[in-house]
Design a protein around this ligand. Structure first.
Ligand code: SAM
Length: 271
């Protein structure tokens, strides 16, 4: 397969990546045949997946608008993905043009595109790093130059934590960021999840497909997602089905919103 100019040399075009599969679902152009094959297979198993991804992206926009409205001017977007319409800095700037953003992703394509799109913007920085190592992220020159950790920061982990299994201690990773933030900072996250016994049609086959092709998915129950907000005061309505977190229009409230296979929440760090 011909390697396009924008594809960094180190990436394996034959192996799907989380970021590129997600890009394909969102209608982006930065993906390869292997990504599209996996994405199409997954949607064949769970047709609702495509709209679920849009729902997640809509949550991201609502959460950033909420945070900007709450006065937050610094955003650390962990697992930011390939830039697409409605990026964090664009949404935040509509409320507050001085908002500063650091995008962090491990994926070389996501990072290359973010850099290409954002180079020259003094209020946005892109960092290639593994979010499972909070100190590496927080002590990086990119974060230190762009963000002032003595002021509140919103840490975003949107559609990220289902890629971090319990064996890798996601609560410890969250704490690694939380413990470096000042009170009044926020955590906003979303992740795949269901309540016990309500797995949608195809759920297990979808997870098996991901485990075999790219990475295992850790779906979680609401109570487990709530536990990620240890030290934070949850904003109303607490951890909710993704479409039910601060819906802004009837479009946000899709059919079966109360059985949507994913949870979302925003919490404010306590003093
Ligand atoms: C499903 S995308 C979500 C993108 C964006 N946050 C959103 O919700 O629209 C998940 C992203 O997390 C990134 N990711 C997964 N594990 C990561 C890790 N350990 N460190 C950094 N990025 C990671 C993937 O590369 C991918 O771009």
């Amino acid at each position: 397969m011909a390697r396009p100019d924008w594809a960094p040399n180190e990436i394996d075009l034959e192996r799907p990546s989380i970021a590129r599969v997600y890009d394909y679902w969102l209608g982006g152009a930065h993906n390869f045949a292997a990504d599209r094959a996996l994405a199409n297979q997954a949607v064949g198993i769970m047709p609702s997946l495509k709209s679920a991804i849009m729902t997640n992206r809509a949550f991201l926009r609502r959460a950033v608008r909420f945070l900007a409205g709450a006065g937050v001017r610094q955003f650390l977007d962990l697992g930011s993905g390939i830039p697409t319409v409605g990026n964090v800095h664009e949404v935040a700037r509509q409320a507050a043009p001085e908002s500063r953003v650091v995008y962090v992703d491990l994926d070389p394509v996501a990072v290359a595109h973010s850099r290409a799109l954002l180079s020259g913007d003094p209020l946005v920085t892109v960092l290639q790093a593994d979010i499972r190592h909070p100190a590496d992220v927080l002590d990086s020159p990119e974060v230190r130059d762009q963000l002032n950790l003595d002021e509140p920061v919103a840490v975003l982990m949107v559609a990220l934590l289902h890629f971090v299994p319990d064996s890798e201690n996601p609560a410890g990773i969250i704490a690694g960021y939380r413990d470096r933030m000042v009170p009044g900072s926020y955590l906003a996250l979303s992740q795949l999840g269901t309540e016990p016994g309500e797995e949608p049609e195809g759920w297990q086959r979808y997870r098996d497909l991901y485990a075999a092709s790219v990475t295992p998915l850790s779906s979680r129950h609401r109570i487990e997602v709530e536990a990620f907000f240890d030290g934070y005061e949850l904003v109303e309505p607490g951890v909710a089905r993704m479409p039910l977190w601060h819906p802004e229009s009837p479009d946000d409230l899709e059919p079966d919103a109360d059985r949507f296979p994913g949870f979302a929440g925003v919490g404010r760090l306590r003093s």
